[in-house]
Design a protein around this ligand. Structure first.
Ligand SMILES: *Cc1c(COP(=O)(O)O)cnc(C)c1O
Length: 369
């Protein structure tokens, strides 16, 4: 689905030098690379505070821990997402309240949020799924009206701009992202970050990520241990400078898929919403009247990967059975779950690879009419 080896080859001298420098100084934890990356990411996102941490799941967990919620408090989130978004809510003893997504852009449906608000609702966790933004203007308006926190799950959309230029992750009270290798800004191991414009929340989250420590060996709250290491930070500094180019490369792959799919019946290319500029973490089509398993097998035979993100929505996961969430009707989420399929997309596509994939798709869809 991604080509991280070719991408590395292009930045190899810089990356190797940066890693060697970290090794030479042996400042593996909290070294100057981490602080520099933090500052550079703050300025890229246009946000006051970035708190680097160990991974995107921790970022979400630390964000929720900072809100001072009580067991049983409700957090509204889409069911159509990666499990990490929803898992941390339950892990902290809070109640995930799953709602529908928009059928076109796959992001949480603001109308469904309003309908799900109760007197126990404390926060909303929208996900900028596949690389384009949820409807943040409507979500923030709902949150302000009902006095709720908004934590953006920006793991798939770092670098995505709203139509007015603001960046995803910097709009809600807190934004969370992941630097898992295959993400749009990926490191060479695990990594994540939290961002906020709120000084108080920033202090709290920094403390939580560091064993609840206020000053050395004084621990004020129960926290966790979540750090980005210096080697990852050194890699991320180099890749952050390339991020906008990487996004353009992804968008041009998406344009080529789009142009091809425009002539194929029963396949919808990804809808691009008006309020943000898609950064195509995934290129996800909707199939209607085509056999998805057959397409997956056909492509696999030709060594072309394809993936179903996600085959089981959160509300149907066994881990949430005790919330009775499987009993809730979510026709759009179920409909999408049965029909989506994602094609390879990354920053290093060669023309001949693209042509090979397109001709294989053509063969499948023409033979399958
Ligand atoms: C990747 C991802 C996460 C979790 O990030 P990790 O770094 O793997 O912990 C959370 N939410 C979404 C939507 C993701 O895609």
């Amino acid at each position: 689905m991604v080509d991280l080896i070719s991408q590395y080859e292009k930045i190899k001298p810089e990356v190797d030098r940066a890693i060697a420098e970290v090794l030479a100084t042996a400042q593996f934890i909290n070294g100057p690379e981490v602080r520099s990356f933090q500052t550079e990411l703050e300025s890229y996102l246009g946000v006051k505070h970035v708190i680097p941490c160990a991974n995107g799941t921790d970022a979400l967990q630390i964000a929720l821990m900072a809100l001072g919620l009580k067991p049983g408090d409700e957090v509204i989130t889409p069911s159509f997402t990666y499990i990490a978004t929803t898992e941390v809510i339950a892990l902290l003893g809070l109640k995930p309240v799953f709602v529908e997504v928009d059928k076109h852009d796959f992001c949480i449906d603001p109308k469904a949020i309003e309908a799900a608000i109760t007197d126990k609702t404390r926060a909303i966790v929208p996900v900028h799924l596949y690389g384009q933004a949820a409807n943040m203007d409507e979500i923030m308006a709902i949150a302000n009206k009902h006095n709720l926190y908004v934590i953006e799950d920006n793991a798939q959309a770092i670098g995505c701009r709203m139509s007015d230029g603001r960046m995803t992750g910097a709009i809600g009270h807190i934004g969370c992202t992941s630097f898992f290798p295959s993400k749009n800004l990926g490191c060479y191991g695990d990594g994540g970050a939290i961002c906020t414009n709120d000084d108080e929340l920033a202090d709290k989250m920094r403390m939580i990520a560091n064993h609840g420590q206020s000053k050395r060996y004084y621990h004020d709250v129960v926290g966790c241990n979540s750090r980005l290491d210096s080697i990852q930070a050194a890699v991320l500094r180099i890749k952050l400078r390339e991020l906008d180019n990487y996004i353009e490369a992804r968008r041009s792959v998406a344009d080529r898929y789009d142009a091809f799919l425009a002539n194929i019946e029963g396949v919808s290319s990804p809808y691009r919403n008006d309020h943000s500029k898609h950064v195509f973490h995934q290129y996800t089509m909707i199939l209607e009247g085509h056999d998805r398993d057959a397409l997956n097998a056909f492509l696999a035979e030709r060594d072309i990967p394809s993936m179903i993100y996600y085959p089981v929505p959160a509300h149907r996961q066994k881990m949430f059975e005790h919330f009775g969430s499987g009993d809730v009707d979510m026709p759009t989420t179920d409909w999408l779950t049965e029909r989506v399929i994602s094609l390879p997309i990354h920053t290093e596509f060669e023309d001949d690879q693209m042509e090979y994939i397109l001709s294989s798709l053509e063969e499948f869809f023409k033979g399958n009419k």
